[in-house]
Design a protein around this ligand. Structure first.
Ligand code: ZN
Length: 55
């Protein structure tokens, strides 16, 4: 836990390292820090739940 997936700006390879293991390029965080994947999926889960209730 606590590791952030990063992605190579050179070859688009995903890695946890600061440097791409394939090409040695600089890796970047693909997502803005203010959004977490959990929040995004939680939003969709709540949306689906409310739709299920109505139908
Ligand atoms: Zn790379």
């Amino acid at each position: 836990m606590g590791q952030h997936i990063k992605y190579c700006s050179e070859c688009a390879n995903y890695t946890l390292k600061d440097k791409c293991p394939s090409c040695g390029g600089t890796t970047i965080n693909p997502k803005p820090a203010r959004f977490s994947p959990e929040d995004r999926y939680g939003k969709y889960r709540r949306l689906m739940k409310s739709q299920l209730k109505e139908s």
